[in-house]
Design a protein around this ligand. Structure first.
Ligand SMILES: Cc1cc2nc3c(=O)[nH]c(=O)nc-3n(C[C@H](O)[C@H](O)[C@H](O)COP(=O)(O)OP(=O)(O)OC[C@H]3O[C@@H](n4cnc5c(N)ncnc54)[C@H](O)[C@@H]3O)c2cc1C
Length: 468
């Protein structure tokens, strides 16, 4: 969102800070340090928000380069922002003040160790590349954010990214065995999942506790068989009921995705796939495994639950049909881009049993607000993405923020949380006081201060100022 709540984005700084630049160039090559205003301007964005133009941008090629950049920034008293592909949806890489951006896109080293079923990746590796490199060895890397063709491993770790496969296979953090990171003082650490699980603390910390420079990731063999079905329903409650019944009966689908009517119609307007425009809810489901009979039976089980709940079911007859159905899900973002130039992408998680009521309440809020609102998400996990579509030239950013706040409150009232996979960033920072009690917020600030006493790493993200 054009960041109405944060400070006004400054005009880009013509002087990138001589002391900082000189220090950076003592340790790094000129092509690794961007100081021209036109180059720096590109680093004030994530996928939907923009902020202040950074003072300089560093493109490290090694951990030693990251150390040099952190030490130079600290000596100059400049905040540091780690950045991957900037596909984030919550403002995680958006500078709130003049900062040094460390962009990891040139740290793309990747090694597959088949005998250990591991990948060792630098942070700039594109997510999909891990599975592409692992496949010839009969292995895959399951975390699959819809952005996996552009997002990076560093950014996935920063946000603890999820994706459609996460219901059965788990999120990014479930695949981390070891991390190397550079702390706020420029010291290098290697941490495993053992004592205090410091690696776990860094995962999902949005670059506020340390900069990850290498990750050892777990790989698994891919399932041999996959079966797909689509079901559509006259009412959202029926879809949620079908999901709960299928899971209660023992199904653990590999993917379990939901689209509401507004979302289905947006995709249909864009792709003309023959999606059911009148349905209030569409479910896309994959079952998978190594035993075809069990995979087919699991799909039949989901199918029976959908039919019993009043749904209409369509099985994908082959891989091509399955691919067409999943293309609909992957095309939500470009479809929404045709409706309004900007969107605020909510990321709440609620108990599955609360989904019908939550979806209804959010629809009512959207209709009352006058904004175009669509809902979709990983329904198996109760992770819902209400998207508020808007035009910043004609619609108020404050009104968008206000609606997003009301949506967050609906999630909290139903025992949910603010973020399933996109992080808090700046977008939901103000809602943290609604979601987290003051004692816990104080503890989060204590953790931040213990690892980054000068608050140099990605300041202004996640933690609300007033509980400092
Ligand atoms: C079309 C679209 C679909 C998406 N679908 C999904 C989805 O299905 N699931 C999902 O989870 N997300 C999704 N996202 C959101 C986004 O892609 C993810 O949050 C992704 O993990 C961000 O990766 P990135 O490389 O772009 O990170 P960035 O946006 O560059 O950074 C994200 C955060 O990580 C921090 N960071 C980056 N690198 C490092 C590092 N090396 N060390 C420490 N911190 C670091 C940054 O400071 C920032 O706080 C989607 C986004 C888009 C645009």
């Amino acid at each position: 969102m054009a960041d109405g709540k944060n400070e006004k984005p400054s005009a880009f700084s013509l002087q990138p800070s001589a002391a900082l630049t000189t220090d950076l160039l003592r340790h790094l090559q000129p092509h690794q340090v961007l100081t021209h205003p036109a180059e720096r301007l590109n680093y004030r964005y994530d996928a939907i928000q923009f902020g202040v133009t950074p003072l300089a941008v560093v493109l490290p090629e090694s951990t030693a380069d990251v150390v040099a950049a952190v030490k130079a920034a600290r000596a100059a008293g400049v905040p540091i922002i780690g950045r991957g592909a900037a596909s984030g949806l919550s403002g995680g890489v958006v500078p709130l003040e003049e900062s040094l951006v460390i962009s990891f896109t040139r740290m793309t080293g990747l090694k597959i160790i088949p005998e250990r079923r591991e990948a060792v990746a630098q942070p700039g590796v594109i997510t999909l590349k891990v599975t592409e490199a692992a496949r010839p060895h009969g292995l895959i890397y399951p975390p699959d954010p819809a952005s996996f063709r552009t997002s990076t491993i560093g950014g996935n770790l920063g946000e603890n990214a999820g994706g459609p496969m996460c219901f059965k296979y788990g999120v990014t953090g479930d695949y981390v065995r070891e991390l190397e990171f550079v702390d706020a003082e420029g010291e290098v650490h290697r941490v495993t999942r053992d004592a205090f699980d410091l690696a776990g603390l860094l995962i999902g910390s949005e670059g506020t506790l340390g900069l990850i420079t290498e990750a050892t990731l777990r790989l698994i063999p891919p399932p041999k068989y996959t079966r797909t079905l689509m079901a559509h329903f006259a009412e959202v409650g029926q879809a949620a009921e079908a999901v709960s019944a299928a899971i209660a009966a023992g199904a653990v689908p590999a993917k379990l995705e939901f689209m509401d009517r507004a979302c289905t119609n947006a995709v249909e307007d864009y792709l003309h796939l023959g999606l059911p425009r009148d349905a209030e809810a569409v479910l896309l489901v994959d079952t998978d495994g190594d035993d075809l009979e069990i995979v087919e039976e699991e799909r039949a089980l989901v199918e029976r639950a959908c039919l019993k709940a009043g749904g209409v079911v369509r099985r994908a007859a082959n891989d091509a049909e399955s691919e067409a159905l999943w293309r609909a899900r992957r095309s939500i973002s470009p479809s929404l881009g045709r409706i309004r130039p900007q969107r605020m992408n909510e990321d709440i998680v609620v108990p599955r049993s609360a989904l019908p009521e939550v979806v209804r309440q959010i629809r009512a809020l959207g209709d009352a607000s006058g904004f175009h609102l669509v809902q979709f998400g990983h329904i198996g996990d109760g992770n819902l993405h209400p998207n508020i579509m808007f035009d910043p030239r004609t619609e108020s950013a404050e009104a968008v923020h206000d609606l997003a706040h009301k949506i967050a409150l609906v999630a909290i009232e139903h025992g949910g949380v603010l973020s399933g996979e996109h992080g808090i960033g700046t977008m939901k920072r103000d809602f943290m006081t609604d979601a987290v009690d003051p004692v816990t917020l104080g503890a989060l600030w204590d953790v931040k201060r213990a690892l980054d006493p000068a608050e140099a790493l990605n300041p202004g993200k996640i933690l609300p100022e007033e509980k400092r």
